[in-house]
Design a protein around this ligand. Sequence first.
Ligand code: PLP
Length: 399
Amino acid sequence: MAAPLIYLDNNATTPCDPRVVEFMLPYFYEKPGNAASRNHPFGWVAEEAVMQARDQVSELIGVEAREIVFTSGATESNNLALKGIFELYRRKGSHIITVKTEHKAVLDTCGRIERTGGEVTYLEVGMDGLISLEALDAAIRPDTIMVSVMWANNETGVVQPMQKIGEICDKHGVLLMSDATQAVGKIPVNPKEVGVHLMAFTAHKMYGPKGVGALYVSRRQPRVRIAPLIDGGGHEQGMRSGTLNVPGIVGFGKAAELAAREMVQDGQRLRRLRDKLENAMLNKLEEAYLNGNLETRLPHVSNISFRYAESEAVMMTFNQGVALSSGSACTSASIEPSHVLIAMGLSAEMAHSALRFSLGRFNTEEEIDYAIEAVVNGVNKVRGMSPVWELFKEGMLDG
Ligand SMILES: *Cc1c(COP(=O)(O)O)cnc(C)c1O
């Protein structure tokens, strides 16, 4: 019997819900219109569909439909928010504050902003992955134009205290932006309630299609303006030109509607499965450490370091038949330990021993049981072949 292939990498991308796919299909052939075509029914049908999707997406996060800018995904949304504010607010200043554990879509964009004359402060995080509110407060200067803090971390699931961060930014009168890609559709997210003025998210992390995302841009109190990255036909109120991806946007809308309806139930089910998986790992294996704050985190994510069991080697023992992410990232030159785990103070060795389990709507209890067995056996096998583990067990290594 062939070994099953189990997908526990839902933070990398989620499967597209079949209900979403079905909803999208007519917009490829039967309803081919360009939403900007104003003079025939094909265009009107497409425009109507985009309007509905804009309502669905905006309702999920409690904002107005006109505050949603459709993009190609969260990478573009993050670029648009950061560069768009940097360009328009330069008279006020050129200082931006972000966090060391942000996604590359934010960090690399900040890197470019630095190379074009901006100044960026990268806040540290504690061992639990949370920023220090005092450090944020102290980092804000008269020339600070924006603070960018991700809502929930993609590697650890740690959720930042957005409400308190919003209060601090409000006190200083600086804009707050958030990469909420991993939080939207998984936990209640409402930027207006917490004082977030710009927010990036994407369809393919919430059971929608790839290649479509959104940027929320506050239109009232305050009215935020951003410079576009792309010039063209003036779509999306001039903030993002280019023919709208109608099937993608329709799918994003449907995914948002489903998330609004099923998020709580999904979260409860996945939390139980995640906790089962975590408890099994910690009970069956010595020297297993959960990474990140356990009180404030997403319900479907677990990041665990198995000391002296390099994660890539563990995954090889089950032939990658359980799809996971490791605490290692391949760059062109080498394998680097995760910048998120390093920022939390883990050693390179502990980062390379980390596995990220990210569960999703379509995972079953049987799959979790299988994954537990595969990983426990894998860790034991790798340790069994490790002279370092042997030395450790003999008490020859300290700590
Ligand atoms: C996946 C992800 C992104 C990138 O989203 P795309 O839609 O693939 O561009 C950005 N930020 C976070 C936190 C993510 O998890």
